[in-house]
Write a protein that binds this ligand. Structure first.
Ligand SMILES: Nc1nc2c(ncn2[C@@H]2O[C@H](COP(=O)(O)OP(=O)(O)OP(=O)(O)O)[C@@H](O)[C@H]2O)c(=O)[nH]1
Ligand SMILES: [Mg+2]
Length: 339
């Protein structure tokens, strides 16, 4: 049996053991389920407590190369934040490679997951909105960087086609693109507060350094804190040994990430649990590292609940606009007909 085969036969228990031996706070393999379950509950409480005093939910964007496990990671995040079972909220599948099914161009849009969509308990907490940013190529062209700027600064609506914006930029040039889209109304509720950059731990897959460069440039320009997540920790540990440390190191160096802003995760997926027991229950050993990272992400930052001045003005205008128009019309009608 080769290494791959032996790995495919890995049970969730083996994976939990691997995870336990790595996770300093989930390290008792003989009590693995119970211990990880308790650790999960502690971390979950910490995460909820951190959101108690926030004025509005954070927007957390997920970005990474096609097929690296962004949607799977989001579903793992949602499972971690809940207490019943895993669900497929973010659709999993390899559509990210430029062309979709039967060679058709896939229209790329942002997909947001507000708390109401993924959180199934009734308690009050201001958990974040997660935004799946599929469709960014490994590219550091000015057009990609500008597209990232528009998305991260909250200028792109949910249904807006990212392809159309990029095509406009390619046809008319970067200056026109900036003039056209930066002048668009900003949606204060869509401004991104944190970024999670996802990358596979597999050393055989290419490291999308150009995309990383663009994300880091734009995140720094907009003063957004970013985090790193490395997926596929299950298939890689045994097979690649030391090469994984090199890969992690490289990833951190490209992003300039301190260790506390990086997590290696195993996502809920059939490769990890062929019986898909997670459709009935949760695997707390997979949740723990994700919740540890989320606790970091949810730690309040000075700018979090502060709205920019122009956002406040726009918010006030848009709130009073309709009643104001109705009042003016009513006054006009009154003046015309009764005076
Ligand atoms: N073994 C293993 N497989 C994973 C892991 N995470 C994701 N996968 C698999 O990788 C494949 C791609 O996952 P997706 O979550 O669709 O990747 P994505 O980045 O959202 O892909 P696009 O949206 O197309 O860019 C799926 O077959 C997943 O089951 C992991 O941690 N371990
Ligand atoms: Mg996806």
């Amino acid at each position: 049996m080769d290494e791959d085969e032996s790995h495919e036969e890995n049970s969730v228990g083996d994976l939990i053991y691997e995870r336990d031996t790595k996770e300093e706070n989930c390290e008792k393999p003989d009590e693995e389920d119970g211990h990880c379950y308790e650790r999960k509950q502690e971390l979950l409480q910490d995460c909820k407590r951190l959101t108690e005093n926030v004025r509005k939910p954070l927007n957390v964007a997920i970005i990474g190369p096609p097929g690296c496990g962004k949607s799977s990671f989001l579903n793992t995040v949602f499972a971690s934040l809940n207490s019943d079972r895993w669900y497929e909220y973010a659709k999993i599948g390899k559509f990210g490679n430029h062309e979709g099914v039967m060679g058709m161009q896939v229209t790329r849009r942002l997909r947001s997951f507000p708390k109401e969509e993924y959180y199934r308990q009734n308690d009050f907490c201001m958990l974040p909105t997660f935004i799946d940013m599929t469709g960014f190529e490994n590219d550091d062209s000015v057009i990609t960087e500008e597209l990232l700027f528009l998305v991260l600064s909250g200028k792109v609506k949910e249904k807006e086609s990212l392809n159309d914006i990029a095509t406009y930029g390619r046809l008319h040039g970067i200056t026109k693109m900036k003039e056209e889209y930066r002048s668009w109304k900003r949606f204060p509720n869509r401004r991104i507060n944190r970024i999670i950059i996802v990358c596979s731990l597999n050393p055989d897959s290419a490291m999308p350094t150009a995309l990383f460069k663009s994300v880091v440039n734009v995140a720094n320009e907009l003063d957004i804190t970013f985090y790193g997540v490395m997926t596929h920790a299950d298939i890689c540990r045994e097979k690649y040994g030391n090469r994984l440390h090199e890969r992690e190191k490289l990833f951190r160096e490209y992003l300039g990430l301190p260790e506390n802003r990086l997590a290696s995760v195993i996502n809920y997926c059939p490769a990890v649990d062929p019986d898909r027991s997670y459709e009935d229950t949760l695997l707390p050993a997979l949740d723990v590292p994700v919740l540890k990272l989320l606790r970091q992400i949810l730690t309040p930052e000075p700018n979090d609940s502060v709205m920019h001045f122009d956002d406040n003005v726009k918010a006030v205008i848009s709130t009073i606009k309709i009643p104001l128009i109705i009042s003016i019309l009513a006054m006009l009608l009154y003046t015309i007909f009764y005076k």
